[in-house]
Every structure is written in structure tokens, then in C-alpha cells.
Design a protein around this ligand. Sequence first.
Ligand code: CA
Length: 225
Amino acid sequence: MKLLVVEDEALLRHHLYSRLGEQGHVVDAVANAEEALYRAEEYHHDLAVIDLGLPGINGLDLIRQLRSQGKSFPILILTARGNWQDKVEGLACGADDYVVKPFQFEELEARLNALLRRSSGFIQATIEAGPLQLDLNRKQALMDGCGMQLTAYEYRILEYLMRHQQQVVAKERLIEQLYPDDEERDPNVIEVLVGRLRRKLDNGNGFKPIETVRGQGYLFTERCR
Ligand code: CA
């Protein structure tokens, strides 16, 4: 998933950037609301983590602006201990959940994963589609109960398509799932990865859940639950 992290404390921002990156996310980490608004305008994000105490435009105003621009991704706020008014106001402005500083990374991760699951309509930590099962916590794909050998990139593409089942996903959107924005973006890479993924999914069993929609992108056609 592509995440937007807005935190002015450099050390914490870096920590979030690297830990969330290790969890398989592509992270846009910025220090202020102005930069966050620019990134949100320019790129598609699946979730935002926003510190409320920001210099300049504060976190609450940032959330208001994002929501008024129609950004509907889940927002997790970071608040200072004891400041219950902030939490209430944050949730009222359109945030979905909060974590109180200082926090354990595991707590943030658990809340973030729960928000991502809910936003794609899956309540369980697994998604099933025919013989295929995705374990969202372990980041593993199982075919007929056996672990599939997918690379990290193949897994990310598969997870993204399954989370957006029955919707056409543009290649550019998939590229954003793999690379931070400043790296080279080559749509051919996506074609190669999707080709490999299809071969692994259709291991002689005729399972072909990924359809190409000419000129638009890819569609995961199998019903997921
Ligand atoms: Ca702060």
C-alpha cells in the first residue's frame, strides 16, 4: 500500500518511513502539511498517518483540507498524551483512528492494518478467491493451502488487485505500490511482473483471475471474500 506520513519530528518520521517500508508499504514521508497537500494532490494514497502538532498548517486543518478535497483514504492521527480534545476533534474532522505518543510501533501497525482491511471491505486478516488465499498479516499467498513462492513485488501487486477486486486498476497505480515517487517508473516492469504472477497463479489449474483491460489496466475478476 502507498502511505502518506506527515510528522515534523525528523527522527520519528524516519523511523516510521523505515519501519512501514519494512512492512511492504511504499511511504511518502513529509514534515509539514503544505508538502502533504502537494503529495496528496499529485499521488494516490491508500492511507495517511498525520501528526496533529505540525508547524504552519496544523494536523486538524490538514485533515479538513484533505477531506474537503474529496480524499477519502483512512487517516490515523498521532496525538500527544493527555490531549483528549485533540483526539475528539481529530475524529470529528474526519480522522478514522488515533495513536497516542509515545507509542509502540506494533500498536500503530495493528491499527493501520485494521484500517486498511476495513477500507477495502475485508474484516478478516485473510482474503480468499477461489483456490487462492492471501494472509494479509504474514504477507503470504496460499494456493490450495500450499504456500506460493512470490517475490515481494509480485505479492504487493496481487494484494493490491485483490483489495480492489472487480475494479480496473491502472498500471500507474500499481507502479506507485512498488516504488517511491522519485524512482524511475516503467510500465513495462508491471507487465513483466503481472505476467509472472499469472503464470504462478495458473499452475496448470486454469485459474486466471487477472484480466487485462486494454489501455486501462488490470482487473481481478474472481470474487474475493
Ligand atoms: Ca509534532
